[in-house]
Design a protein around this ligand. Structure first.
Ligand code: DGP
Length: 108
């Protein structure tokens, strides 16, 4: 399968990694839309967050926990966690991922 996030998980293409658990990794979005823009990604391939919820609910909880910890670390604590699901909703990478975005970095 030609999946860019599977390749990042496998270390085959570079990314700025910010955190990792047994089930999930987090890295900086390549095109940040806010001062903080982190992607949280399951290590196993699921097409979107809905599939992840049914196929690996433990993995979804882990992903939300990792994203929340990083949001607390990098932002003042106010953040958005969003999952584009489906092409018409703006999903462009079909490996489940959450966007952690915040416009209030911790050091400001
Ligand atoms: P979405 O549109 O919701 O599927 O979000 C996909 C995000 O992934 C988008 O904000 C850009 C980001 N992205 C795409 N390719 C790469 C990549 O190779 N590296 C990194 N770090 N982010 C990527």
């Amino acid at each position: 399968m030609d999946c860019i996030f599977c390749k990042i998980v496998a270390g085959q293409i570079p990314a700025t990694l910010l955190g990792e658990t047994e089930h999930s990794i987090a890295f900086k979005d390549i095109s940040p839309r806010q001062p903080i823009h982190i992607l949280v990604v399951p290590k196993t391939h699921h097409s979107n967050v809905a599939d992840l919820a049914f196929e690996d609910p433990t993995g979804l909880v882990d992903l939300v926990q990792l994203g929340s910890k990083l949001a607390a670390e990098y932002s003042t604590g106010s953040f958005r966690l969003s999952f584009n699901t489906g092409i018409e909703a703006g999903q462009s990478v079909f490996h489940a991922h959450g966007h952690i975005t915040s416009n209030t970095p911790k050091n400001q």
